[in-house]
Design a protein around this ligand. Structure first.
Ligand code: NAP
Length: 297
């Protein structure tokens, strides 16, 4: 059976390390990092994600200011708030929870955030920095996947990493991150999507297979080789009457059968999810240190 790559355990360990670092930063530099979180509307998923981020920030010692608005909040007011937060030296990081309501242009909002406070790493300046391998803010999910591999002693260099899914928040930045000629990267990358013909021709070649489609059952045992390392990014709700909530979460990979062939696999839940939030915390701490002149990125 495959080794379980527990993001839950690793995230707990990394958050403890961050807590220690922040205690030291406070006593030595009187620095308490601060994150402004903006939530527009009542999407239950977004509310729960923001809660998770607030809880994680509180645990490590990051101050959070939450701005919660009704779904009809005007775009102009949102842009004005972002400008104010950009200009406020007490704010180190700004996060706008996605998705935004339809009347708001998501791109316009994300591009309005000062790249030095863009702790989600979605601003084109940070995307560009990632592309050329320059220091910048890396989006939490790809960064979390890289850490989950490395801190489980899974070497990435020279490996064939096949990524299924090409979104701007998972697949594409992960490809950019792992292809760099750098320690902890240096992989050969193949990227698959809905336009890929005979997808299993590619998934079978993977040393490390990352699946981020948001479609349950995307990958089964026949599609992977013996000994593959599998990272399942997908989070899908399926009905389950045995659960109090009426649903349970599953990934994009057939966990049981793929586990029998894989050498290591990340579970859902408890895999990539906790790592994503942890790397957001990392970015907020980096932003605070950089803005205070304690470190470059
Ligand atoms: P997305 O924007 O919908 O992108 C999905 C990608 O998968 C697209 O590139 C799509 O191809 C591709 N795809 C869909 N079905 C496919 C199939 N059958 N075969 C091959 N490719 C297929 O989704 P996302 O935001 O990247 O998220 C993906 C999943 O990861 C979701 O379940 C999401 O909830 C989860 N997620 C989890 C975390 C976490 O922290 N755990 C973070 C982010 C996302 P096309 O481009 O051709 O349409």
């Amino acid at each position: 059976m495959a080794r379980i790559l527990s993001g839950k355990e690793l995230a707990a360990k990394m958050r403890q390390e961050m807590q220690t670092e922040l205690t030291e930063l406070k006593s030595k530099h009187n620095l308490v990092p601060s994150l402004s979180v903006i939530l527009v509307g009542d999407d239950p998923g977004s509310i729960s994600y923001v809660k998770g981020k607030e809880k994680a920030c509180a645990y490590v010692g990051i101050n959070v200011q939450k701005y919660k608005f009704d779904a009809d909040y005007p775009q102009a007011d949102l842009l004005k708030l972002i400008t104010d937060l950009n200009n406020n030296p007490d704010v180190n990081g700004i996060l706008v929870q996605l998705p935004l309501p339809d009347h708001i242009n998501e791109e316009k909002v994300l591009y309005a955030i000062d790249p030095e406070k863009d702790v989600d790493g979605f601003h084109p300046i940070n995307v560009g920095r990632l592309m050329i391998g320059a220091p910048g803010y890396i989006p939490g999910t790809p960064h979390g996947i890289q850490q989950l591999l490395l801190r489980n002693d899974i070497d990435i260099s020279g490996k064939h990493v096949v990524i299924v899914g090409r979104s701007n928040i998972v697949g594409k930045p992960l490809a950019l991150l792992l292809v760099q000629k750098k320690p902890g990267a240096n992989a050969t990358i193949t990227m698959c999507h809905t336009g890929t013909r005979n997808i299993s021709d590619f998934t079978k070649l993977a040393d490390i297979l990352v699946v981020a489609t948001g479609r349950p059952h995307t990958v089964n045992a026949e599609m992977v080789k013996e000994g593959v390392v599998v990272i399942d990014v997908g989070v899908n709700r399926i009905e389950d009457s045995t659960k109090k909530s009426g649903y349970r979460l599953i990934g994009d990979v057939e966990f049981e059968e793929v586990s029998a062939k894989a050498s290591a696999i990340s579970p859902v839940p408890g895999g990539v999810g906790p790592m994503t939030i942890t790397m957001l915390l990392h970015n907020v701490i980096q932003a605070a240190k950089k803005q205070k002149g304690i470190s470059k990125i």
